[in-house]
Design a protein around this ligand. Structure first.
Ligand code: FEO
Length: 394
């Protein structure tokens, strides 16, 4: 079967991975993912834009064979293996093809894939490559997702091949976005896990792309956007400084005490018209937690103590939240302990990468008692006051 076309002469040759359930052996993928690659045919030359994860090399090769066109250039927007991993096989099948990429990407590709220096043509920001009647322009977009990442813009057709940027972990039969709501959820999950740690740089790179016109945005993961404003507006929102009147409240409980505390805070926040995303870490999909962190104004972590330290499930969640660098403004801690411990100090230290104001902590020995519930009610009021101060709660 001939690969599907985005437009005449522009074919999608990548691979869908419906069965993949974890990315980086860490992030759950409820809807699988795709490794998109595209062939752009010009009147004189043809270019393959990115390759696919090595686990799907055979799909890429079959698609290229079905297309039956020579490949003169392989454009590498990003060196990470889910896009570059099939490059050695492709270079073997097209021995005259040149790898076109930037200097940093070249260095990484040589390190990761043990490629030969002589196959590369280096481009700088704004450089163009003529395929005859079509022109590729290269736009360096560092840190979306690695330092070498770039996008390729097809000038005559107004198509942005954005690689990781604006992507989504969503495998579906169709090439274009079908269900906008589902796609936005997948894109938000993807943004939370891949792009959020670089939020300010993502914003800067989006500003750099703003003067361009897009008919299509074709990322390297997930469906192609034929209404690009859908994803561009979502990114403007996610990367903005604005937070929502929401609390991410994550807890783990061993004997029920910390759960009682979390439930009481949930009730008190709801009574104050604050939305709460409540997660029991014993059951939570970490990608759901990451998504809630995209816009929450406040993060509250509640953990029991195990052997003087916070419960390992909370340590893992706190590590992830700290690494993802959400734009939350406030944080608080809660928990219970059997006989003693240092969970509060430990978790405070673990969130040191966040630019949050700490609103205090409530830790009690054993089951929460009247004074503990009162302290949690006071914490809910403090959170409400702070949300009101920054104008997100009436
Ligand atoms: Fe999809 Fe950063 O690789």
């Amino acid at each position: 079967m001939t690969p599907e076309e985005l437009k005449p002469g522009i074919s999608s040759v990548g691979a869908k991975d419906f069965d993949r359930r974890l990315f980086d052996s860490l992030i759950p993928l409820p809807d699988g993912t795709t490794y998109n690659a595209y062939v752009v045919r010009g009147s004189e030359k043809n270019a393959l834009i990115d390759t696919v994860d090595p686990s799907k090399t055979s799909v890429l090769v079959e698609n290229l064979e079905a297309l039956g066109q020579k490949i003169d250039f392989v454009i590498c927007n990003h060196a990470e293996q889910d896009h570059s991993g099939s490059l050695p096989v492709i270079l073997g099948r097209y021995p005259k093809a040149r790898i076109v990429t930037n200097e940093k990407c070249k260095a990484l590709l040589i390190e990761h894939l043990d490629l030969k220096d002589e196959r590369f043509d280096i481009v700088a920001d704004g450089d163009t490559l003529s395929l005859g009647d079509r022109t590729l322009r290269f736009i360096l977009l560092p840190w979306v997702h690695w330092p070498e990442t770039m996008a390729t813009y097809l000038e005559e057709d107004h198509i942005l091949f954005s690689c990781d940027l604006l992507g989504s972990h969503l495998a579906q039969e169709e090439l274009l976005v079908v269900d906008e709501g589902k796609n936005l959820t997948s894109a938000k999950r993807y943004y939370a896990e891949i792009m959020m740690p670089f939020r300010n740089l993502v914003k800067k790179n989006l500003d750099k792309l703003a003067p361009l016109t897009f008919d299509l945005i074709a990322p390297s993961h997930g469906p192609v956007y034929d209404h690009p404003d859908l994803i561009l507006e979502a990114y403007r929102d996610w990367t903005s400084e604005t937070v929502k009147n929401r609390v991410l409240l994550a807890y783990v409980s061993m004997h029920g005490s910390t759960r009682l505390m979390a439930e009481h805070l949930h009730t008190e926040l709801s009574r104050r018209n604050i939305e709460v995303d409540l997660f029991d870490l014993a059951e939570t999909d970490l990608s759901e937690l990451a998504m809630a962190a995209v816009e929450a104004a406040t993060i509250v972590l509640a953990a029991p103590t195990v052997l003087t330290q916070a419960h390992p499930a909370m340590v893992s969640a706190a590590y992830l939240i700290n690494a993802l660098k959400p734009k939350a403004r406030f944080a608080a801690l809660m928990g219970s302990y059997g006989w003693g411990g240092k969970a509060a100090e430990q978790l405070t230290g673990m969130l040191s990468g966040l630019k949050v104001t700490q609103l205090g902590s409530v830790f009690n020995k054993g089951i929460p008692k009247t004074q503990d519930y009162a302290a949690i009610t006071e914490l809910a009021q403090t959170i409400a006051d702070r949300h009101r101060e920054i104008g997100i709660l009436a």
